[in-house]
Design a protein around this ligand. Structure first.
Ligand code: 0RA
Length: 638
């Protein structure tokens, strides 16, 4: 880098540029979050977001993304092309400014909404600074222009390198992430693609093609229906109550409000909100506006049409959202993102804007579709009744709990440790394995809760049904958090919850049911990293009196080398019951030897989809889920 620097003459702005890029290279995490795979993917999204802004401004309808075999990436759009003329103040081309000055991108903003790049939009100069090399090629006004950079520093001024037709326009960015900065250059196709899918849903008419030349995989995302297609997609594995999602769109002054919603016959809710194409995971004003309008409009309709009698209470917000799948997407000029993770929209006016649009257009939809309206309202009224029953059931459970001092389930073998941060709960399939685990555990910090038989399929079960199930009740009481609107994560009695099931079909099913239970009713425990899956060994190898348990095929071959050819007996491990207490301790519970998989939630949407898929019968996708969502944590120390 020093050589390049010396060859060029720098004015004040160039020095600033260098200082800026230096800062980016010194502390990449400040700009892209991390230098692991996430950070690597961030580079792609940063560049694609710029192209999406151009699409949102109405100038671009195609974005092509290619991962090359050498780990460089190309993003090509057919927008207007980043301007290449001299920037009046900086005395260099606008392209060079965008590519080298931190946060310069916004100043050249396309005038409209600074859309997708609003949140993590650190600017393409950050990508440039973290790349071994980068090349920008601009097609506009009949010319092809090019500039190259090394670790963010231009090699030479922008140069016209050819001609093209007047109707060929766009921006091509190619970069090679700096291997001295990133821990890995091994992109994960599915993770990268997931966001392209979301972007394509949110930007109707935009086509994103994604080619991975390393593996020859290719995918195109294009959704004629925009967020209506998104809702259909989320509901694809559920029984819907009405065939067509309701779609609402309106411009209110500077704000664009867009909502798609459709009810299904499950008891869960799946509402996702976006502001300028950014997933606002913590909601915000657009979500509150939507919720109030929904509650009000459905109550009004229900009263007016006799579904609610004079003496009936109003339907609650939860009642009208049961079984709802919705996307609320807003666009606004100056979004304010709040909260610790900046996942919450703060613009106060947006609540009123969304509310008025949904009040009016949803009422109209209901009026115009009385049969659909009837089905929706009846479902909400049922939800209200069930919720009432659930509340009573819960109060009963809690009242019982309050009477006995600790009221822990009889089946629970608790540990002596009282500090939740040091305590763990092993949920073990079956009473017999539970017994072995009780003998084998370290009772100082390991509690054992055996669960018998299959717990309820909680996706389909309502809270009141669930609470009738003894196994679920034991689990909730043992965890200490309560459930539903009483849920309180701070009361969690064990910070490590370990699911220990057999390696057979039944075990997989129980594990799935437990995961679904935690996802649907105690999601924050997963998000906060409290949920784990135990990894019992894969094989049992016996030679004479010597028994070894191994966790992988490689390890198996390694162990077999110790014994005379073909003399050792190899058995696939079948279930927890096969081991005695000491073996179970050594292989699966001892912190020194064991491997735990931590269950993580990459993002709520993906998890929501995945759980639908998990509830199906397909085993391979379930396996894949366990593999990709479970992070390996070895030798966890207490
Ligand atoms: C500002 C002004 C103009 C184009 C762009 C930005 C632009 C930026 C990016 C980033 C990726 N692709 C892009 N395409 C366009 C052009 C203004 C004009 O031509 O009048």
């Amino acid at each position: 880098m020093a050589q390049v620097v010396e060859k060029q003459k720098y004015d004040a702005s160039s020095i600033q540029v260098l200082e800026g890029l230096e800062a980016v290279r010194r502390r990449p995490g400040m700009y892209i979050g991390s230098t692991d795979l996430r950070g690597l993917h961030h580079l792609i999204h940063e560049v694609v977001d710029n192209a999406i802004d151009e699409a949102l401004a109405g100038y671009c309808d195609t974005i092509n993304v290619t991962i090359h075999p050498d780990a460089s990436v190309t993003v090509r759009d057919n927008g207007r092309g980043i301007p290449v003329g001299k920037h009046p103040k900086m005395n260099k081309s606008a392209l060079e400014v965008v590519m080298t000055v931190l946060h310069a991108g916004g100043k050249f903003g396309s005038g409209g909404y600074q859309m997708s790049s609003g949140l993590h939009g650190v600017g393409v100069s950050v990508v440039n600074g973290l790349s071994e090399w980068m090349v920008s090629e601009i097609h506009r006004d009949g010319g092809i222009y090019r500039q190259e950079y090394r670790r963010g520093v231009p090699v030479a001024p922008v140069k016209k390198v050819g001609s093209t037709t007047p109707d060929d326009h766009g921006t091509i960015q190619r970069w090679m992430p700096d291997a001295t900065i990133f821990e890995s250059l091994d992109y994960n196709f599915d993770q990268v693609a997931q966001r392209f899918r979301e972007m394509a849903y949110l930007t109707r008419g935009l086509r994103i093609t994604f080619v991975d030349e390393r593996s020859d995989r290719e995918m195109t995302f294009y959704f004629e229906g925009g967020i209506t297609s998104f809702v259909r997609h989320l509901n694809r594995t559920r029984n819907v109550i009405h065939p067509k999602p309701f779609y609402m769109y309106r411009k209110v002054n500077d704000y664009i409000v867009e909502v798609a919603m459709q009810y299904n016959d499950t008891y869960g809710e799946s509402t996702h909100t976006f502001a300028n194409n950014i997933n606002t995971v913590d909601g915000g004003t657009h979500l509150s506006g939507f919720k109030s309008a929904l509650t009000r409009t459905i109550n009004d309709y229900a009263r007016k049409n006799g579904f609610l009698k004079e003496n009936d209470d109003n339907l609650s917000g939860e009642d009208v959202r049961e079984g709802l799948t919705a996307i609320v997407s807003v666009k606004l000029p100056e979004p304010q993102f709040e909260g610790q993770t900046k996942g919450k929209l703060g613009n106060a006016d947006m609540a009123g804007a969304v509310q008025s649009v949904v009040n009016e257009l949803l009422a109209q939809h209901l009026e115009e579709n009385p049969q659909v309206a009837r089905r929706i309202v009846e479902k909400c009224v049922n939800a209200a009744r069930a919720r009432d029953a659930a509340r009573k059931a819960r109060e009963l459970v809690q009242r019982k709990g309050a009477l006995e001092t600790f009221a822990l389930p009889g089946k629970l073998a608790d540990c002596s440790e009282r500090d939740p941060a040091r305590a763990e709960l092993c949920i073990v399939e079956g009473d017999s394995a539970g017994g072995t685990a009780k003998q084998g555990r370290d009772r100082r910090f390991q509690a054992i809760l055996p669960l018998r038989g299959k717990i309820l399929n909680v996706e389909k079960a309502r809270l009141d049904k669930m609470l009738q199930n003894a196994e679920i009740r034991s689990l909730i009481t043992a965890l200490g958090t309560s459930i539903g609107d009483q849920f309180d994560a701070s009361k969690l009695r064990y910070h490590r919850i370990i699911i220990m099931t057999d390696a057979d079909v039944d075990g997989a099913h129980i594990r799935t049911l437990l995961l679904t239970f935690f996802f649907r009713h105690m999601e924050s425990l997963i998000v906060d990293g409290h949920l784990y899956i135990a990894q019992p060994p894969l094989y049992r190898i016996q030679y004479r009196d010597e028994v070894s348990w191994v966790y992988s095929d490689e390890q198996r071959d390694e162990v077999l080398k110790k014994y005379p050819d073909g003399r050792a007996e190899i058995q696939r491990y079948k279930g927890l019951g096969e081991m005695n207490a000491e073996q179970l301790w050594e292989t699966t519970m001892n912190v020194e030897n064991r491997t735990l998989l931590q269950v993580t939630i990459e993002d709520a949407i993906r998890a929501d989809e995945t759980f639908d898929m998990l509830m199906g019968n397909a085993v391979p996708p379930r396996k894949r889920f366990i593999q990709t969502h479970a992070r390996e944590v070895e030798n966890l120390d207490i």
